[in-house]
Design a protein around this ligand. Structure first.
Ligand SMILES: Nc1ncnc2c1ncn2[C@@H]1O[C@H](COP(=O)(O)OP(=O)(O)O)[C@@H](O)[C@H]1O
Ligand SMILES: [Mg+2]
Length: 402
């Protein structure tokens, strides 16, 4: 136990690393004993609840772990959420209370609180809860290496959505990364349709209220089904003109990055402010093209745009439906001369695989895993998953939270 405790200590020099605000004397004493047992030096154990916690926390050096008594709180969830906002993502929270309420417990966990303990609690139980919370903190910090991938078609119908869906499916099921798919084409997006899912209502709400977006709200807005991917999509009326500014999308991605390792975004070709923002933030923008002359021109323009937006990641150029007679192909060598370099990947035209996927309401890589098309998609996904990279990339969270 001592070895474990030492490993799990909320380290950090002279900073207050543990703050507990507990209403009753008996529990407060148990907390003090637990802190002593763990040998935590920089701990502050106070009387009170949420208000005391707000007063005790130095937000310029937020503690690693906070235990708050919710027994006397009128609005425990709001209060907890406020406290989390105050401390930022590096602080882990534990709640304690006098009522055994499953729904409160679930909602707190949904907010990201590590656990909700019900009084009376022994110092042993508290020790275990503290160690577990610190360990899960390390785990979430690692998981925050969320990567953002944007997909955009050089031309309508080239297969940007098809590749986004299959890539996300492969990242989730073959590379075992927690992956969500987001369709930012609010009017014409067909991502939900391609997986045979009903788009929900939450995406628009989240974009309209960026200041209220949190991972709990989004978790309820995600649509999923069985083995399928969690998706965030919508189908808005064409009569309504929707103009969100670029700032609307960053809070959404930041909130999602708490729950996912990879976010795959299908972008509208209209290139609205949000799409530009996503390209700028993305670890990789995948420009999907066919081998036609008109797609060549626009693929080059999209690559230039990514550069102009000072995108973090170099855009990848992926040809799709290669070998389709009807798409006016100019041939790969000529195409590559036109783009002034080699294509990153080339996915063959494969009607059989695509039809199987459409019938099943699944990703191509799921419905026809042995097809050549799925094989190329797997190479793309491996590259994005960082399988052929030495250095892992930085998390996106830091970029959204200023
Ligand atoms: N590799 C492929 N082989 C055959 N058909 C494909 C391929 N990729 C996509 N398609 C088909 O092309 C059409 C357009 O694909 P979609 O992904 O919706 O394009 P986009 O999102 O670029 O508009 C769909 O009917 C899709 O099934
Ligand atoms: Mg599409």
């Amino acid at each position: 136990m001592m070895g474990e405790a030492a490993k799990a200590e909320p380290v950090g020099g002279s900073r207050q690393r543990f703050v507990a605000c507990v209403a009753d004397d008996v529990t407060r004493e148990a907390v003090s004993r637990a802190v002593a047992q763990l040998g935590w030096a920089n701990a502050k154990v106070r009387a009170g609840g949420l208000d005391a916690a707000r007063r005790s926390i130095d937000i310029t050096a937020p503690p690693a772990l906070v235990l708050v008594d919710l027994s006397d709180a009128h609005e425990p969830l709001e209060g907890m959420h406020e406290l989390q906002q105050l401390c930022g993502p590096s602080t882990r929270f534990l709640a304690i209370g006098s009522i055994n309420d499953v729904s409160l417990y679930r909602q707190l966990v949904g907010l990201g609180v590590a656990d909700y303990l019900v009084k009376p609690v022994s110092s042993e139980v508290l020790c275990e809860a503290f160690v577990a919370a610190m360990r899960s903190n390390a785990a979430t910090n690692e998981a925050r290496q969320t990567r953002l991938f944007a997909f955009i078609g050089a031309r309508g119908g080239v297969g940007a959505t098809t590749l986004a869906v299959s890539t996300a499916w492969l990242l989730a099921h073959e590379f075992r990364l927690r992956t969500a798919l987001i369709d930012l084409d609010l009017h014409f997006g067909n991502l939900a349709l391609s997986l045979d899912l009903e788009p929900g209502r939450g995406l628009r709400e989240a974009l309209e209220n960026p200041d209220r977006t949190d991972s709990m709200l989004l978790a309820s807005a995600m649509v999923t089904e069985g083995e399928k991917l969690p998706i965030l999509a919508t189908e808005e009326s064409l009569e309504e003109q929707l103009l969100f500014d670029g700032g609307a999308v960053a809070p959404l991605l930041a909130a999602l990055s708490q729950d996912y390792d990879c976010l795959v975004v299908d972008l509208p070709r209209s290139l609205d402010a949000m799409a530009r923002q996503v390209i700028a933030l993305a670890d990789a923008t995948v420009v999907v093209t066919d081998l036609s002359l008109s797609a060549l021109r626009d693929a080059v323009r999209l690559v230039d745009l990514a550069k102009a937006l000072e995108a973090r990641g170099k855009p990848l150029l992926v040809a799709n439906q290669v070998g389709a007679d009807h798409r006016g192909e100019i041939g790969r060598p000529e195409f590559e001369r036109g783009i002034g370099g080699a294509l990153d990947h080339a996915v063959p035209f494969d009607v059989k695989a695509v039809v199987a996927a459409a019938h099943a309401g699944k990703a191509v890589a799921d419905a026809a895993p042995g097809s050549k098309a799925a094989g190329e998609m797997r190479k793309l996904a491996a590259r994005l998953a960082g399988r052929d990279e030495e250095k892992p990339r930085g998390g996106i969270l830091a970029r959204f939270k200023k």
